[in-house]
Design a protein around this ligand. Structure first.
Ligand SMILES: Cc1cc2nc3c(=O)[nH]c(=O)nc-3n(C[C@H](O)[C@H](O)[C@H](O)COP(=O)(O)O)c2cc1C
Length: 209
């Protein structure tokens, strides 16, 4: 098929090089995932911008976890995690669970209004507002710099049919996914609607009740 809407190449300027690197940036935008984990009666949720599909057969999904994350401890203890993708209408909650830690004692599900149901296969909270969720059993842990790249075999998939078209592509207009630009900026996938959620917003919120 001929390409009919190919963009005109922009005028190029010279590449600016820094070696060793001064800044490690510019790889965003990308979708942002929300990860849940549970162990020994405890549970938690955090955001993850560093995540990827790794294999189709078997289905494998990887997430980079900072070792200081409370969620990381739950994942290592239970050998399980769930990866979710939420519509833009929940961008504030995505920012909130990525700006606050269970280490401070809060239940982020309650605090930020995230409804859950039990997993189909694994003992995990599944976010009911997700348009796509994977239940993952940990199959490998790789130390990667200041994060661990944790690989999970996907043992169950949950999806909202209206979020996908007949070709299984995301139907952005029906349920716009959430894109992360970095520096607390989120966009409704494909719409140009953006919102900024600085982390201080959540850290200074008084507890409910
Ligand atoms: C948009 C966004 C993306 C993030 N991506 C990651 C990530 O890929 N890996 C990670 O370990 N932390 C990531 N974080 C930071 C954690 O979500 C954050 O440290 C969170 O407070 C951890 O919560 P916990 O200590 O309750 O587990 C991200 C935060 C935001 C807001």
């Amino acid at each position: 098929m001929p390409v009919t809407n190919a963009p005109t190449p922009p005028t190029v300027s010279k590449l600016v090089t820094s070696a060793p690197p001064e800044r490690f940036f510019g790889y965003y935008p990308g979708t942002v995932a929300v990860v849940t984990a549970a162990s020994d009666g405890d549970r938690n949720v955090m955001s993850a911008g560093w995540h990827a599909a790794l294999s189709a057969e078997p289905p494998l999904y990887g997430v980079a976890f900072g070792r200081a994350r409370y969620t990381y401890r739950l994942v290592m203890a239970s050998r399980a995690f769930a990866v979710h993708f939420l519509p833009f209408e929940h961008a504030r909650a995505i920012a909130a669970v990525g700006s606050t830690s269970r280490s401070s004692g809060i239940d982020k599900f309650e605090r930020f209004g995230l409804a859950t149901a039990p997993g189909a296969v694994l003992d995990l909270p599944i976010l009911q507002d997700a348009y796509l969720a994977y239940e993952c059993r940990v199959s490998a842990v790789h130390e990667t710099g200041d994060h661990d790249w944790i690989v999970g075999e996907v043992v169950a998939v949950h999806h909202r049919p209206e979020a996908f078209d007949e070709g299984r592509l995301q139907a952005g207009a029906a349920v716009p996914g959430t894109v992360y630009y970095g520096r607390s900026r989120y966009e409704a996938l494909g719409s140009g609607r953006q919102a900024d959620f600085p982390p201080e917003t959540f850290r200074s919120e008084p507890p409910e009740g």
